[in-house]
Design a protein around this ligand. Structure first.
Ligand SMILES: [Zn+2]
Length: 177
């Protein structure tokens, strides 16, 4: 991908968000540029994580910065071909948002800790033990690679509470077809 290519957010209910993203096999300059562009979209939209399908890219690729602050580059985490190898700890409820669901928030139950196997942008192996907010972000973003979305994890009550906002997204999507 050229370094200056503009990526746009893919919003619910685009069927693209429902695809299972295929494995990344090529670790080249193009992948590095894709990561740079995805980080830009994430920061610009005030996110803490972004999965490639959320910008219309068919790749098992996540970018994360739990601080959401572009100045704090030490917080940046790039996960290529991630898989969760174990989930541990108590299930906790925490409010989540999603760049594919603007202005929608819902309480989602997830285990507090997980271990993740992935590759970095050069293809080197990563093994991470995560807890707390970072563990939650990774679990949320990894859902995207399987076509699982915030709306699937919402309680019936949260779905009802967000019904108007969800319908608005559906209407906007249909208008764009
Ligand atoms: Zn999301």
């Amino acid at each position: 991908m050229p370094a200056d290519l503009e990526l746009n957010l893919t919003l619910y209910p685009s069927p693209f968000l429902r695809r299972v993203a295929p494995v990344v096999k090529t670790f080249d300059e193009g992948l590095k540029n894709t990561v740079t562009n995805m980080l830009e979209v994430m920061y610009k939209n005030g996110g803490v994580g972004l999965a490639a399908p959320q910008v219309g890219l068919d790749l098992r690729l996540l970018v994360i910065n739990e601080t959401g602050d572009r100045e704090k580059t030490e917080g940046e985490l790039v996960l290529v071909n991630p898989t969760i190898t174990s989930r541990k700890g108590e299930n906790t409820l925490h409010e989540e948002g999603c760049l594919s669901f603007p202005d929608i928030y819902a309480e989602v139950s997830r285990p507090d800790a997980c271990t993740v196997k992935a590759q970095d942008v050069t293809g080197a192996a990563l093994n991470l033990e995560l807890t707390g907010f970072l563990s939650r972000i990774v679990q949320h973003e990894l859902d995207h690679l399987e076509g699982i979305l915030l709306v699937d994890r919402m309680s019936a009550g949260d779905k009802l509470r967000n019904r108007a906002a969800l319908q608005e997204l559906v209407d906007t999507y249909k208008q764009g077809l």
